[in-house]
Design a protein around this ligand. Structure first.
Ligand SMILES: [Zn+2]
Length: 240
């Protein structure tokens, strides 16, 4: 959970006040991506630098630390998408940073329980959201993160929705698609992952995870053998 939302003052605040005073029809998500607006660039940099620091370089959706110095690895993330509610564009509690992959997956997908409801302000109740909110929800209560392979086990409906909306299964697919992992093994891993999400207890989860790890190892071993065999074949072809 992010400890404190970003604050604005001086020229940063002035630029945001200018945006907030626009007529409703002039506020669009595209405003954020305007180029050649130095004051806007300053605001965006302020927001990104602040959240990268306060989040300790951790993506709020897949919970991994990204250890890079430049802030280009990060996207400023509008939790309620800026195209859906451009008037919330600079609301501190609607902002954070996320990795580019989660941001891309999440895109303009709905995150609200009542998407049709015309909220006057950013809703502050976690119950208003169907995903694990970076500011208002405790991630550990919604999702368990398992490493090697990186894997996400939902603990609640919110957890399940977050995994779906932010595309967190991509890590499993990357492992299973690594090199030339046979399709049948990749498929089996996919099925095991569904079973894991539905497993009723910790015992079942641990068992399924063990099988997933074994399957991943098996797939990667086969892929590596295939790659070495290919390389030898190429060398022989060149020598001939
Ligand atoms: Zn992420």
């Amino acid at each position: 959970m992010i400890q404190a939302p970003v604050q604005y003052k001086g020229s940063i605040k002035a630029k945001i006040d200018e945006f907030n005073s626009l007529k409703a029809e002039e506020k669009t998500g595209a405003y954020w991506d305007k180029t050649n607006d130095a004051a806007l660039s300053d605001v965006k940099k302020h927001i990104k630098d602040y959240y990268i620091d306060v989040q300790d370089h951790v993506c709020p959706y897949y919970r991994q630390q990204i250890v890079v110095d430049h802030n280009g690895a990060w996207d400023a993330e509008h939790i309620i998408p800026k195209d859906v509610r451009p008037d919330f564009m600079f609301e501190p509690e609607n902002l954070c940073v996320s990795c580019k992959d989660c941001n891309g997956e999440k895109s303009n997908k709905n995150v609200l329980k009542n998407p049709g409801y015309e909220y006057k302000k950013v809703p502050r109740s976690p119950d208003a959201y169907i995903i694990c909110h970076p500011h208002f929800d405790a991630y550990e209560e919604e999702i368990k993160v398992v490493n090697n392979p990186l894997f996400f086990i939902p603990k609640s409906d919110k957890g399940r929705k977050t995994i779906e909306i932010c595309g967190l299964l991509r890590f499993m697919y990357k492992v299973s698609a690594y090199g030339d992992v046979p399709v049948d093994i990749a498929d089996e891993i996919g099925e095991l992952q569904s079973a894991l999400a539905d497993a009723p207890g910790a015992g079942e989860q641990a068992l399924i995870l063990t099988v997933i790890r074994d399957k991943c190892d098996e797939g990667i071993r086969i892929a590596q053998r295939a790659r070495v065999a290919n390389r030898i074949k190429q060398q022989n072809a060149q020598a001939a």
